[in-house]
Design a protein around this ligand. Structure first.
Ligand code: SAM
Length: 284
């Protein structure tokens, strides 16, 4: 295969998310042929490039220096150099650096072209068994519990499959909060260590995922994509009277207490009332 590298072009190149065999032959040719590779972490990428037999010069472009370096890189591109952008794994800009550079290239009239390959979100979705016709990518949830729950509350009535990235440090807390806010019975998939030796795709519901992570510490290791089914289309709406009762109680009491009391007064399920109250709180 012959790949011609054009002058003054930024190539956005996807690299593997685990299995090095997933790099495309076009990606290899582009990385070999450009004048410079801007890499999120040059030490990390050096081992991939060495494995591929590529010795193109590299420069570090990460969250902390990308705004500062962007102007300089756009000038080099306008001066005729070709540049490849890569991140540590997967597709650059997808929860990874590169957005300021791509935006400034467009603003400065530099052609930007993708060299597609792996991305953990698409990889997980394709094998998840959850609906893929419509989905929403939420990236990494916030780090604190209150912010996380608030964000999940806004997704309470989301109908599309939801995709989250999470680290091993927070995956259990994240799944506990998802179960609390969206319900433990909501169908969900934990995709761990995709394309790697300990790849695990656990299909069940949020409650069972929490249980697995709690009881088997080894399952908390590695990298995770958490996928959650959208709300059922025919989810029963609370009646206007139930909502009125709940609103009065929510104004006066902590959410859990308000939901519990409203359940006793209306006969509705406490969890459904709690989730409704949470979604109001996150909309405020
Ligand atoms: N740009 C990457 C992409 O296209 O997928 C994502 C980079 S983001 C900094 C890293 C996160 O992606 C991890 O914390 C994890 O949530 C997810 N991830 C990356 N590789 C993964 C893998 N092999 N298995 C599961 N999740 C992975």
């Amino acid at each position: 295969m012959f790949v011609s590298i054009e002058k003054s072009v930024l190539y956005v190149v996807a690299t593997p998310i685990g299995n090095r065999g997933d790099i495309s032959s076009r990606a290899v040719e582009v990385l070999r042929g450009v004048d410079l590779i801007a890499a999120e972490d040059t030490r990390h990428s050096r081992s991939l490039l060495q494995y591929l037999g590529i010795d193109t010069p590299m420069l570090a472009l990460h969250d902390h220096n990308e705004r500062q370096l962007t102007g300089q890189l756009v000038a080099r591109l306008l001066g005729g150099e070709s540049l490849a952008l890569i991140s540590d794994a997967g597709t650059p800009l997808i929860s990874d650096p590169g957005f300021p550079l791509v935006r400034e290239c467009h603003a400065g009239g530099v052609r930007v072209t993708p060299v597609p390959g792996a991305s953990a979100l698409i990889c997980a979705l394709s094998a998840s068994g959850l609906p893929t016709d419509k989905f929403v990518f939420e990236g990494f949830p916030p780090r604190t519990q209150s912010a996380r729950r608030e964000q999940f509350g806004t997704l309470n009535s989301e109908l599309r499959t939801m995709v989250f990235y999470e680290s091993s440090h927070r995956v259990l807390d994240c799944c506990r909060d998802l179960a609390e806010v969206l319900g433990a019975q909501r169908p969900a998939v934990m995709a761990r260590e995709l394309t790697k030796r300990y790849e695990t795709l656990f299909h069940s519901d949020l409650g069972a995922i929490c249980q697995l992570l709690e009881t088997e510490p080894v399952q908390r290791k590695g990298e995770f994509v958490i996928l959650v089914a959208g709300a059922p289309k025919d989810a029963r709406q609370l009646s206007a009277e139930t909502e009125r009762v709940l609103r009065v109680l929510v104004d006066e009491l902590p959410l859990k207490q308000a939901a519990s009391l409203a359940a006793r007064l209306t006969g509705e399920k406490k969890n459904a009332l709690y989730r409704q109250a949470l979604s109001w709180r996150s909309e405020e």
